[in-house]
Design a protein around this ligand. Sequence first.
Ligand code: NAD
Ligand code: DAU
Length: 351
Amino acid sequence: MKKSILITGGAGFIGSHVVKLFVSKYPDYQIINLDALTYAGNLENLKEVEGAPNYKFVKADIKDAEALKTIFESHKITDVIHLAAESHVDRSISDPLAFVMTNVIGTVNLLNVAKEFWKGELDQHLFYHVSTDEVYGSLHDGSFFLETTPYDPQSPYSASKASSDHFVRAYANTYKMRTVVSNCSNNYGPNHFPEKLIPLCIHNIKNNKPLPVYGKGENVRDWLFVKDHARAIDTVFHQGKPGETYNIGGFNEWKNIDIVRLLCQKMDEKLGREEGSSEKLITYVTDRAGHDLRYAIDATKIQQELGWEPSLQFEEGIELTIDWYLANQDWLDHVTSGAYQDYYSELYGNR
Ligand code: NAD
Ligand code: DAU
């Protein structure tokens, strides 16, 4: 059966890298990118594949079950890679319901429609759910998150992602759907929306604006280059065992303040500024409510069982990322001015 893969959230940060990888690497697959184009969806991320014969964009909301049915039927969807989500923790603190609606209800809609559409042949299709390490909670000792670590979400965002993970596993158990879940650590790289720490700092350093560091900057995150996450998703999609969970990460922990200092130092060099000048922009601000202290993924299982490992060291990835943002000022200007949201109508008219 020729694969017709529905990738949800393909106009977002990680989704767009997954779409570009699959469209170019698998010309025999039909890739259907479903995205509601919320503030985080940006079709400018996908310029490279816009005209590819095996690529199609469909604007739709996963909260709309009827729209999903139509898409499954008209594109004869064989597999799903589900990334669409509300993804920013700070937004989940100010508007938790939006996260329940998209991350929980939207995911259950997608599961229901897939289950009905694949009725009688559930063993021939795969529902791949892309999730986060935040579902495991916050670490306060030197341990790591394993696939067997009990869920302990601490923010409305992670609670909504944990709920969606549970639904996916419940559908595997109850209806015998073929599902796989992966839980990844913090991603960074090109096309990252500048509300998140790394692109926000790159943008603010460039424009000599304050760098807001929450609390004391002591919180630890485990960073992975986005293209390595996309490669891991490719690996799990093709080789992952149905019913399994895979943790994805690069064993690369950094305190927030150290990342911000590294960005200042690299940007001073690249912008020809006096050493230490960007560090003066660092501003300690009120901490995030319920701020998780530390995340750290143990990625041994995916490395040993599926042979995936990161291709880039952090220093290399950060250089590439800064260079990308400096070379793509248009992308950043369109995002910060809101002009990126006009791109859909330029491309697709009123559809
Ligand atoms: P993002 O916010 O950049 O992109 C999300 C995309 O989903 C956007 O294009 C948006 O338009 C779309 N979307 C949102 N609501 C939708 C809806 N109701 N219907 C259809 N489309 C909708 O997010 P991201 O950082 O690329 O994350 C993608 C996925 O990976 C998420 O599920 C997230 O939980 C997970 N994840 C992210 C990270 C990270 O560091 N960014 C790490 C691990 C896992
Ligand atoms: O761990 C995976 C998760 O990583 C994903 O599931 C989420 O979708 C993704 O947004 C990310 O969540 P974080 O909350 O870790 O990412 P963020 O970039 O928002 O923040 C990283 C750290 O930096 C966190 O400890 C909060 C801090 N921070 C963030 C911002 C935006 C600051 O100190 N200042 C800031 O301005």
